[in-house]
Ligand binder design. Structure first.
Ligand code: C2E
Ligand code: CA
Ligand code: CA
Length: 751
């Protein structure tokens, strides 16, 4: 019965286990404790039941044996009286009473006797109160006939009852058949009956003083209440302890159970309490640990949530760190990640990288401002993103530079097709504030070679970059594909760049000088200083080999400063030698002109007015540094330095814009001078330049005078100064000294 609540409990506990893992050990321990307590209680209960039953059985045994003893002694008394009758069957009532008085003891439960010779009651004892019984014929009395006949027929004692008596009341009746000897045979004389006082019998057998609930039946398993003459039929269904009282003929069954039922022992409750307390001692710490675990879990959960938030924030940051804020495209880091990822072993595809650089972005940024520049970048980004398929990436990797990444098993055709698609797409005009702008882009293309897939992808970006450089070199809106030759050239130029730094620091640059002559007198009117690199391995290198490098490295200004110093040094030397070199010209790059400390440096120099000239390239008039130049050029002139426009006529700068600088001289480019012998139109061009110069008080210099015929024509056209191989090649200072000496001697000789 105690078990019945456990399955439910176990179920709800199991449910709790599902909900919270922390209490699982506690719940497990609790289940075990409940089971242990139940089993122990059950065992204890069974044991105590067994104890109780044996106690009840002991008491019942005492009662039944007393009952048996009492009945037996009553039967013995009856037997004694019967023996007396058998000896003297003809006795009378008096004799019978006398005999009965002797036999009946005061402590006996026998209340009275009745002797019935021939089955009809004749004598009774005590006579008083039993008179009614006299004359009772057992053979005709319904209630007593059966037992009487049974005693007679079986020759045995018969106990019946409780019997309703003729004389009133009930009693157990013991009947004894008496046979007398008639010669040799036994003849039935009649019956002797004894009435046993039921309450007395029960009392003296201990049935009234017991705490037990006792029932007695004449059959072992009574099914009807009338078969139970003491107590109630229910007692038999209360798992009673049973005992029996045997009579010679028939048997009583006694059933006993505790009055309140079995298992009313309070000890069980105490035992259960102790067991429960004990298991509580075990379970409580586990529950406590469960609580700790639970709270730890809660803390961990909080931490987990916090971590999740952090992860989300980090993902956000990660996204930001991998994307460009202006265009929303992936950025350089993103591309780097693509490149640094190992190739998937199953993928056959080769990576294609297209490096894109906008052609006129700088111009637009300068003229339309940053907002205009942003518009261009956003439009470019959305166009590139529009071109990108599901497995392609368009990224912005810096200023106006983009990367388009694609993959293909056969990369060459895909790459070239993509390159021209990109160039074509970016060629389309962009509207800025409603105004059409042509931006255009150059692209450099590189891809993994299928044979060498997965090897050194970082090189791929450099390759695309090299190809882009090549594309830019050849003009705008071009695409160039990376080749091994490009790489070699790049390596060489890298080497050269390193060496050039070294050259500047270790004074490997030297100044050569090319004399310029008065067109009329052919006397030396000045010299142009020209840079040479005395390369330790490659020998003497001309500016075509290193000017680009110097420009790219941003060191052309340093080079110019160096040549200027050397030129001035030599000029002072020539002066000291008494040579007639009126002026030295140096080539000045725009970068040098823009150097912040130029004017300060120049003002330190020991300069006589008109002895130094700066040759500025014609392109200076379109230079973006123009505003600076507008201030610097006049300041330079203030220092007594003349300004000459170099390479005039090559870049189609408007003469008006050049005249703003009010140069002292214009030097017509050798490409214009060269054809004057054969081309009258070219002569007319030179002539008109000379005219303009004359009108503005600007001297005209012709360079590339390769023949004396050129010299003559130029002189005739009115050109002031001549420079060219026909008259003198660029030479070292030593050679120049020699040249002048020889010339002087020639003149002297001629003179
Ligand atoms: P440039 O200023 O036009 O210099 C004249 C170039 O013409 C020199 O070449 C010279 O050797 C060459 N030349 C002279 N006469 C003739 C001739 O009759 N026929 C032909 N075909 N060429 C002749 P170089 O020395 O190779 O210099 C090339 C360019 O390098 C120069 O052109 C100048 O723009 C630049 N450059 C030279 N030195 C310097 C320098 O120190 N600083 C800067 N910024 N540029 C320099
Ligand atoms: Ca020059
Ligand atoms: Ca020139």
């Amino acid at each position: 019965m105690k078990f019945r609540r456990h399955p439910k409990m176990v179920r709800s506990l199991a449910g709790a286990v599902g909900k919270t893992g922390a209490f699982a050990p506690a719940i497990f321990a609790a289940i075990i404790a409940i089971i242990v307590v139940s089993v122990a209680t059950n065992w204890r209960l069974e044991r105590s039941l067994a104890d109780e039953r044996s106690l009840v059985a002991g008491e019942l045994a005492t009662i039944s044996s007393r009952l048996q003893t009492n009945l037996n002694s009553n039967v013995k008394l009856l037997q004694g009286l019967a023996a007396g009758i058998a000896v003297d069957p003809t006795m009378d009532q008096n004799r019978f009473s006398k005999l009965a008085t002797q036999i009946l003891q005061p402590d006996s439960q026998l209340r009275s006797f009745a002797a019935a010779p021939g089955m009809v009651v004749k004598w009774v004892y005590p006579e008083k109160g039993n008179e009614k019984a006299i004359g009772l014929d057992y053979r005709t009395n319904e209630k007593q006939r059966d037992s009487a006949m049974l005693a007679r027929n079986t020759h045995n004692i018969v106990l019946t009852g409780p019997v309703d008596l003729v004389q009133g009341g009930t009693a157990f009746v013991v009947r004894w058949p008496i046979y007398v000897t008639n010669g040799t045979s036994q003849v039935f004389w009649g019956l002797l009956s004894g009435l046993i006082d039921i309450p007395k019998l029960y009392r003296e057998s201990g049935l009234e003083s017991t705490d037990l609930e006792i029932a007695i039946s004449s059959v072992p398993e009574p099914d009807l209440p009338k078969k139970v003459f003491l107590g109630s039929l229910q007692t038999f269904s209360k798992k009673p302890v049973k005992a029996s009282v045997d009579m010679t003929y028939g048997r009583w069954t006694l059933a006993a159970a505790p009055k309140g039922g079995w298992g009313q022992n309070s000890e069980i409750g105490i035992f259960e309490l102790y067991a429960s307390l004990l298991s509580l001692c075990v379970v409580a710490p586990i529950i406590w640990v469960g609580f700790l675990t639970k709270s730890r879990q809660r803390t961990i959960e909080k931490l987990r949530l916090h971590k999740k938030k952090l992860v989300r924030a980090r993902q956000g940051l990660e996204y930001l760190s991998l994307h460009d804020a202006l265009t929303g495209l992936p950025n350089r880091r993103f591309v780097d990640q693509i490149i640094s990822q190992p190739p998937r072993p199953d993928a056959e595809d080769c990576l294609i990288l297209i490096h894109i650089d906008l052609d006129r972005f700088k111009e637009i940024n300068d003229t339309k401002g940053h907002a205009g520049g942003d518009t261009v970048l956003q439009a470019t980004a959305s166009r590139l993103a529009g071109l990108a398929g599901p497995n392609e990436v368009a990224a912005r990797i810096g200023g106006d530079e983009f990367i388009f990444a694609s993959w293909s098993a056969d990369p060459e055709p895909k790459a070239t097709a993509l390159a021209s698609l990109i160039v074509g797409t970016l060629e389309q005009t962009i509207f800025i504030d409603g105004v059409e702008c042509a931006v255009g882009a150059s692209v450099g293309v590189a891809w993994e070679t299928p044979g060498a897939r997965g090897r050194d992808l970082s090189q791929l970006l450099l390759n695309a970059d090299l190809a882009l450089y090549e594309a830019k070199k050849t003009g705008r809106g071009r695409a160039a594909v990376f080749t091994e030759e490009l790489r070699s050239a790049a390596i060489l130029s890298k080497e050269l760049a390193d060496e050039f730094h070294h050259a500047l620091d270790c004074d490997e640059l030297v100044a050569f000088f090319q004399p310029q002559f008065d067109a009329n007198t052919l006397t030396i009117a000045g010299v142009e200083a020209l840079a040479r690199w005395d390369h330790p391995k490659k020998g003497l290198l001309g500016p075509d080999k290193f000017l680009d490098v110097a420009e790219r490295l941003g060191r052309s200004g340093d080079m110019d400063r160096l040549i200027l110093q050397k030129a001035l040094f030599e000029l002072a030397r020539w002066d000291s030698l008494g040579m007639q070199i009126p002026r030295v010209s140096v080539n000045i790059s725009a970068r040098r002109l823009a150097q912040a400390n130029l004017l300060a440096e120049l003002s330190e120099l020991p300069l006589a007015k008109g002895r130094l000239c700066f040759e500025l390239l014609e392109t200076i008039s379109f230079d973006h540094l123009q505003p600076v130049l507008n201030e610097i050029i006049p300041a330079v002139k203030e220092l007594g330095i003349e300004i000459e426009i170099d390479d005039f006529g090559t870049e189609h700068a408007s003469i008006v814009s050049l005249l703003r600088f009010e140069p002292r001289r214009l030097k017509i480019d050798r490409e214009i001078i060269k054809p004057i012998i054969a081309s009258p139109s070219q002569r007319r061009l030179v002539s008109s330049i000379i005219e303009i110069g004359r009108s503005q008080n600007i001297d005209i210099v012709a360079e590339g005078v390769e023949t004396m015929e050129h010299a003559k024509i130029l002189k005739d056209l009115g050109c002031h100064l001549l420079q060219g191989y026909a008259l003198a090649r660029p030479m070292t200072s030593e050679q120049l000294i020699e040249f002048c000496r020889a010339k002087d001697e020639g003149l002297t000789a001629a003179g």
